[in-house]
Write a protein that binds this ligand. Structure first.
Ligand code: SF4
Length: 66
């Protein structure tokens, strides 16, 4: 079965320092500095999808990776 990981669409991200996506990840896979679009460490992400519902701009989605 293909692994799923979250990816962030930088074009949708507003680079808020209060980004809720950074806070909700249970494995701390979402990295980033204050005013930059966050990045997701694929090696840590467990594909739970929790972060998707927290982005107010719909910038996060899950994709399948090999
Ligand atoms: S899908 Fe789950 S594990 Fe992956 S970045 Fe989002 S909250 Fe974290």
């Amino acid at each position: 079965m293909a692994k799923k990981v979250a990816v962030i669409n930088e074009a949708r991200c507003d680079r808020s320092p209060f980004c809720p996506v950074k806070r909700v990840c249970p494995v701390h896979a979402v990295k980033g500095s204050m005013f930059a679009a966050p990045t997701i460490d694929e090696s840590l992400c467990i594909g739970c999808g929790k972060c998707i519902n927290y982005c107010p701009h719909g910038a996060v989605k899950l994709i399948s990776v090999k």
